[in-house]
Design a protein around this ligand. Structure first.
Ligand code: FES
Length: 111
């Protein structure tokens, strides 16, 4: 497993908002903050047709994809309702107001 990567301050993300973590040679990661100040991280790619989930609308602990409105659970990355598919999740924690990600090896940037 990897070290925790500091990707910024919790206060940089508005409630019901998201930020994107970009790394050369690796998939973008969307970091979401919910209205109740939970933080979640997903690969920024909808399981339907790769829509940018970071640009979707956060409601509860889900995000609606901006392209075709699938609802994706932030905790599991699973499409909800009748839709099927899953986007990878990334472990995240907040310490002293900083957001830390544990990016799995398969999502790490190419060396
Ligand atoms: S690409 Fe996300 S719902 Fe179609």
């Amino acid at each position: 497993m990897n070290d925790w990567l500091d990707v910024g301050s919790l206060s940089d993300i508005p409630q019901r908002g998201a930020r994107t973590v970009t790394r050369p040679g690796a998939p973008d990661i969307a970091v979401f903050r919910t209205a109740d100040d939970r933080i979640f991280a997903l690969v920024d790619r909808c399981p339907h047709k790769a829509g940018p989930l970071s640009q979707g609308i956060v409601h509860g602990h889900s995000v609606s994809c901006p392209l075709h409105n699938w609802n994706i659970a932030l905790a599991s990355g699973e499409a909800q309702g009748v839709d099927k598919g899953c986007t990878p999740t990334i472990a995240v924690k907040v310490e002293s107001g900083r957001i830390l990600l544990a990016i799995p090896a398969e999502l790490a940037a190419a060396a």
